[in-house]
Ligand binder design. Structure first.
Ligand SMILES: NC(=O)c1ccc[n+]([C@@H]2O[C@H](COP(=O)([O-])OP(=O)(O)OC[C@H]3O[C@@H](n4cnc5c(N)ncnc54)[C@H](OP(=O)(O)O)[C@@H]3O)[C@@H](O)[C@H]2O)c1
Length: 314
């Protein structure tokens, strides 16, 4: 029977670290601010909005709420993003997805200045990740080293997307070796599958990415040492599709009839063969929000170091 990759425990640890760092900034008169932008009435987004607000409260981050009607135009949203971009109180902007169908979401996301793109989904952040200019954040041993690097090389100011970043953190927290392993990722979205594949490559895994057109998915998943699924298809992966000892990360979130939340993995059959497995809920989800807060506090620290180069945080 597999051991559990406990996301809640790691999330609490990251949050308490964030809280301490926020307090340090507060002592020198700096408030840390995160803006949340919700357009329309999507229930899942509203839930994520509330969960992030509550996490902000627990860590001392000031949340700035922007709730806009579904009928809003692209230009009006861009104006709100413009305001946030130049607001000195705000260190990061999270835009809840999906946006209403008439809105070109890439246009909106690309309008966030990279220094505040704490979910790492804008074209500049995506490009810097692909070019290996921001992957140094995956290797942080001492946070101050990273901030010193950022201080001298402002061009690499970019953040890593929170969900895949959280997956890597969760694996490393449980001492899962990545280097040299075969990581199989199911899903190739810009928010999850694609950046996760880049992060695994940066960590020197051998990577295979699967999607809807992948023929004979089981033949590939059975080769995985580490299997990550991000499809939103409940029960896609069963015990017969993995080899014994695989580390299984379930990123999917599916709401079943009656409201039960489940992942992409058939937990009962897969947990009998896996060595480690994430539960859903309680796996990747809580870590994602913590990474968002960590990126926000990092944004505030980098900003401060950039503007007061002689100041040493600590
Ligand atoms: N835990 C968290 O914090 C967190 C964060 C973000 C997302 N999620 C969850 O993760 C899931 C994926 O999110 P997303 O934003 O990446 O979704 P998405 O943009 O819809 O992408 C889904 C991906 O899964 C692939 N796929 C769908 N059905 C498949 C199948 N039967 N076999 C193989 N591949 C299949 C799709 O392939 P094609 O590209 O070929 O269509 C696509 O690449 C969702 O359940 C979402 O709620 C969780």
């Amino acid at each position: 029977m597999a051991d559990i990759l406990d996301g809640r425990k790691l999330a609490d640890e990251i949050k308490s670290e964030v809280k301490k760092e926020v307090e340090t900034l507060n002592k020198i008169g700096i408030d840390v601010g995160l803006s949340l932008l919700l357009v329309g009435e999507n229930a899942a987004s509203a839930q994520y909005f509330q969960a992030t607000l509550s996490a902000c409260r627990k860590t001392g981050i000031t949340a700035y709420e922007f709730k806009l009607p579904a009928t809003i135009t692209v230009n009006e949203i861009l104006n709100v993003v413009n305001k946030i971009n130049i607001d000195e109180r705000i260190n990061g902007l999270l835009i809840l997805m999906p946006l209403p169908r008439h809105i070109n979401s890439r246009r909106i996301i690309n309008h966030i200045v990279p220094e505040k793109d704490i979910d790492g989904l804008g074209a500049i952040s995506v490009g810097r990740l692909a070019a290996d200019e921001s992957t140094f954040q995956l290797f942080k041993k001492d946070k101050r080293d990273v901030d010193q690097q950022s201080r001298f090389i402002p061009s690499i100011w970019s953040f890593l997307p929170c969900t895949p970043f959280g997956v890597i953190r969760l694996l490393e927290h449980h001492n899962v070796k990545i280097k040299g392993k075969h990581a199989v990722i199911i899903g190739k979205s810009l928010a999850v599958g694609k950046p996760l594949s880049t992060m695994f490559l940066a960590k020197e895994a051998t990577v295979t990415v699967c999607h809807k057109e992948t023929a004979d998915l089981g033949r590939i998943t059975r080769q995985a040492d580490i299997l990550c699924s991000a499809t939103g298809r409940a029960g896609l992966i069963t015990g017969r599709m993995i080899k014994k000892g695989t580390v299984v990360v379930d990123i999917g979130i599916n709401v079943l009839k009656g409201g039960t939340i489940t992942g992409d993995i058939d937990f009962n059959s897969v947990s009998k063969k896996a060595s480690l497995i994430t539960p859903v809920p309680g796996g990747v989800g809580p870590v994602t929000i913590s990474m968002l807060l960590e990126n926000t506090v990092r944004s505030a620290q980098r900003n401060e170091l950039f503007k007061s180069p002689l100041l040493v945080m600590g």
